[in-house]
Design a protein around this ligand. Structure first.
Ligand SMILES: CC(C)(COP(=O)(O)OP(=O)(O)OC[C@H]1O[C@@H](n2cnc3c(N)ncnc32)[C@H](O)[C@@H]1OP(=O)(O)O)[C@@H](O)C(=O)NCCC(=O)NCCS
Length: 176
């Protein structure tokens, strides 16, 4: 496993001047893989968002998770700044389906279509992997995420128990 330096203070993503942003946020997004120097700000975005904030994930744990997920991370930028990320892996808990482990939008930009645009990007990445289905796991208590996934056409295919926490998770999927 790659060594991760101890983090005492996490650099957060700089605040965006929301008033100066274009009206069509989804259309203005630019996508790219995650660069080596951007691990910490993305880890901070994860660690300060649900469901990880409520679970008490530490900055070190967030950084370790993002370091491990780095090959699968695609970030969305607006005016050069990261405003969200999504992960897409070729394999996951549903045989033959690509797997989306994380999708996160910067809190001040939520409810403006950025999440749906990131998800569309993830669907394209999964198609490029010659997959026909995208699967994900979600905590049923994470109501905004469950509503978001339902709106995006995901349906629950099973209820599973998380090996890590022992808690119930919904296994959802949709065709590409
Ligand atoms: C889930 C998340 C990615 C959605 O991003 P977003 O940019 O706010 O989503 P969008 O603006 O594209 O919303 C699309 C639709 O999803 C649904 N939705 C999004 N947020 C919602 C909320 N808080 N409550 C209910 N429905 C919601 C709505 O149907 C919305 O459509 P509408 O705007 O026409 O009502 C964002 O809330 C987030 O980053 N949450 C924290 C991280 C997380 O929980 N990720 C999922 C688990 S990994």
């Amino acid at each position: 496993m790659k060594r991760v330096d101890t983090v005492t203070e996490q650099p957060t993503l700089p605040p965006l001047d929301v008033a100066s942003l274009p009206g069509d946020l989804p259309g203005a997004l630019k996508y790219a893989p995650l660069g080596e120097t951007e691990l910490q700000p993305v880890a901070s975005l994860r660690g300060t968002s649900e469901p990880w904030a409520k679970r008490g994930e530490s900055p070190e744990e967030s950084l370790q998770a993002i370091t491990q997920l780095r090959p699968f991370i695609h970030v969305a930028r607006l005016q050069g700044q990261i405003v969200g990320y999504v992960t897409v892996e070729r394999d996951g808990p549903v045989a033959g389906a690509a797997y989306m482990r994380n999708i996160v939008v910067k809190p001040e930009l939520r409810h403006r279509g950025v999440g749906m645009a990131l998800l569309d990007h993830a669907l394209g990445v999964a198609r490029d992997m010659y997959r026909k289905t995208l699967a994900l796991r979600v905590d049923p208590a994470n109501a905004p995420a469950v509503a978001f996934y339902r709106k995006a056409g995901f349906t629950t295919v099973a209820t599973v128990v998380s090996k890590k926490s022992g808690k119930l998770r919904l296994l959802m999927s949709r065709e590409l």
